[in-house]
Design a protein around this ligand. Sequence first.
Ligand SMILES: [Cu+2]
Length: 188
Amino acid sequence: MLKNPRLKKNRLKNSLRTILLSLSAAALLSPAGPALAHGVAVRAHNVAAVAQQKPFGIDGKPDKVVRILPVAMTDDMRFTPDVINVTRGETIKIALSNNGAITHEMVLGSAADLQQHAEMMRTFPNMQHEAAYMAHVGPGASGEIVWRFNRAGVFDFACLIPGHSEAGMRGRIRVLDAAQTTDNRTEE
Ligand SMILES: [Cu+2]
């Protein structure tokens, strides 16, 4: 997770980095710290429109979609399917259908990201947020997420409307290297 190789390569920059880190730490410890951190967190939702590498992938380009994966959302707090297998490098369109009578959403991320995001949603229930790795889908409506899974790993997705993921509205995305995917698909 930590980018140690890069840190080693940039030894000359280490002292500058140390200074910057100290300044950041000082900012976080100052009375203005929490407000700053909050501002950054909320703004992150808006800047995500600019393609930004995430541990679980990067914004996908619609013309690079290799597969469309239909996923249903229902008021019994389920995604169907709730396990998605992807080959690393694929750009996937997740085609969401909300078959329920209430709004649902799908947010991709690590379990930790999603938990943090869910806490923010509980604190700011009317928070407006948009990013390529999430979609809000009204009752009876459809939505989509176009995402390029360029990092291998096991990631989560969830509906972060308060109470939904807690009631089971979550799932898992396994991003495997091509060689592994063959084995994985024969399992199903
Ligand atoms: Cu939901």
